[in-house]
Design a binder for this molecule. Structure first.
Ligand code: UN1
Length: 512
């Protein structure tokens, strides 16, 4: 806790840690104790009671009440709130990144990048607050105006994962707030201090606005039962959830049964095609960042490389050499590129996947072992694994949240695209090629079936400006940039008759 305490104080979280906050008012959790450990060395650095599902109801009620007033605050004014949130994030960037490193185990540069992603989405949302455009549509009737307006939707439940403990929250919160929706946030139990810090930054910004109710932002730290209660809450018209496909399925069912909306960001099983004309130098660098970076713990992590047969050996040789040099270790140390896995369970699933891969005929070319020397004791450090395996092996269909890259070889582009698409998930994808026909084919209607399809760059590290998300078991949601904001608003179609007649649409006659 010592290293975290100073940071927390600077970020406005002082005194004892409390699981429930509505604006700046906090309450003790009444649920089971949460033990917070750093993946860096497995050391426990905080322990406090989590929230119960019953505590969620009061928070949701407060958010619903806040909504009644917040929806009347003009959108550009809501944008001003998000602008000031972004300014505070700039001031606290280093501190927040330090917490991300401590709780999620990311290397410092990636943690800073994650906080930058929050700042970027805040900036985006500020501009958006003056651009929540609806269409004006030609009416078929004389002297009628047909138009649509976008209105605030209601309080939004936001469930986030440990691997992007702050950026994904900000994607949701920045958009929801400019759209006029209060946010109730359930962070991962693995990264609660980061969440407390973010919440403190946001709630103290809200407190500067006398026209904005404090309960536009609230936080409930707890286990899965808290998320389930959020999903079941009738007063939350939208649930935005990031995490495993299993979790998403359960949230989707609950939300659908009350006819609510869900925005899901679930598992990925992302592939890259390396075509004959690829710039190998760039491809290797890009593969290593995407497959081994963040210790393989991004939903956009590259999990499958589909390499043209003519390049296979050369690429594997270079990849293997680079993999062996990767600095694995304390994420706080300059020069480290691969930090720890989040916990022992993550290692177990990595080990299991590697065992199955080998049983299914895969060959581990390099890595896949625990690193025990030169790393902090108590953390789970692994050497990223490169595995050559037949594309028909069933293990390849699964997302294992660890740095394992499966490599397949292909002969025709048709075959490569089919392999890219032949998994249940559909988040991100990429092709390395200097052949414009191949690039266009890959990004076209019968190309990659993923929400993200890149050319000459990796599958991870998307900018906030585009819509982020994927198809199939990835859940279909789109967050962050482009017109993702529409999920956070309700659309009203307005027809206004300013004539002295009452013509009916479709020429219907109904004379009374
Ligand atoms: C995630 O892993 O849940 O594109 C989000 C990326 C990041 C976001 C990843 N900007 O890799």
């Amino acid at each position: 806790m010592n290293d975290a305490r100073g940071v927390l104080d600077r970020l406005g979280v002082s005194g004892s840690l409390r699981a429930v906050s509505v604006g700046e008012t906090s309450f003790d959790g009444k649920g089971p104790l949460l033990t917070v450990r750093s993946p860096i060395d497995g050391r426990e650095f905080a322990r406090f009671a989590g929230a119960t599902a019953d505590q969620v109801d009061g928070v949701v009620d407060a958010a619903a009440q806040a909504f009644a007033a917040f929806r009347r605050v003009p959108a550009p004014r809501r944008g001003e709130l998000v602008r000031r949130f972004g300014e505070r994030l700039r001031r606290h960037k280093d501190d927040l990144a330090q917490l991300v490193t401590l709780e999620a185990g990311k290397i410092v540069s990636e943690s800073l990048g994650e906080v930058q992603e929050m700042i970027d989405i805040a900036d985006f949302a500020v501009g958006l607050s003056r651009q929540l455009y609806g269409l004006t549509i030609a009416s078929e009737r004389p002297a009628h105006r047909l138009a649509e307006q976008w209105h605030p939707l209601g309080p939004v439940g936001v469930i986030t994962a440990f691997n992007f403990p702050v950026a994904v929250f900000a994607w949701n919160a920045a958009l929801a707030l400019v759209c006029g929706d209060p946010v109730v946030w359930k962070p991962s139990e693995k990264t609660p201090l980061t969440a407390l810090a973010c919440h403190a930054i946001l709630s103290s910004t809200v407190a500067e606005f006398s026209d904005v109710p404090a309960a536009v932002c609230s936080l409930v730290v707890g286990d899965g039962s808290v998320g389930e209660r959020l999903a079941a809450s009738e007063k939350l018209p939208l649930i935005s959830a990031t995490g495993s496909t299993r979790m998403g399925r359960s949230v989707a069912k609950t939300v659908a049964s009350r006819l609510g909306r869900s925005l899901l960001e679930l598992g990925g099983n992302n592939a890259m095609i390396v075509a004959p004309t690829a710039d190998l130098e760039l491809a290797v660098r890009s593969i290593v960042f995407a497959a081994a970076g963040t210790a393989g713990q991004r939903c956009t992590t590259l999990r499958r490389a589909i390499v043209h047969r003519t390049l296979g050996d050369r690429l594997l040789e270079r990849l293997g050499a680079t993999y062996q040099r990767l600095p694995v270790g304390d994420p706080r140390t300059a020069g480290t590129l691969i930090g720890p896995l989040i916990d022992e369970r993550a290692w177990q699933s990595m080990e299991r996947a590697l065992e199955i891969a080998q049983k299914q005929g895969g060959r581990v070319l390099t890595g896949g072992d625990r690193v025990v020397t030169g790393v902090p004791e108590g953390g789970v450090y692994v050497r990223p694994a490169l595995v050559e395996i037949d594309s028909r092996a069933s293990i390849v269909q699964e997302e294992t949240f660890a740095p394992i890259l499966y490599v397949h070889r292909y002969d025709t582009l048709e075959e490569a695209i089919a392999l890219n698409n032949d998994v249940p998930q559909g988040l991100s994808s990429a092709i390395f090629t200097n052949d414009v026909r191949e690039a266009e084919r890959f990004t076209g209607p019968d190309g990659s079936d993923c929400g993200i399809a890149n050319v000459n760059l990796g599958t991870s590290g998307a900018e906030i400006g585009g819509a982020f998300g994927g198809e199939k078991q990835t859940g279909g949601g789109r967050e962050s940039g482009s017109d993702a904001w529409k999920a956070y608003m309700r659309r009203a179609t307005n027809t206004v008759n300013y004539s002295t007649e009452l013509p009916l649409a479709q020429g219907v006659r109904f004379d009374v």
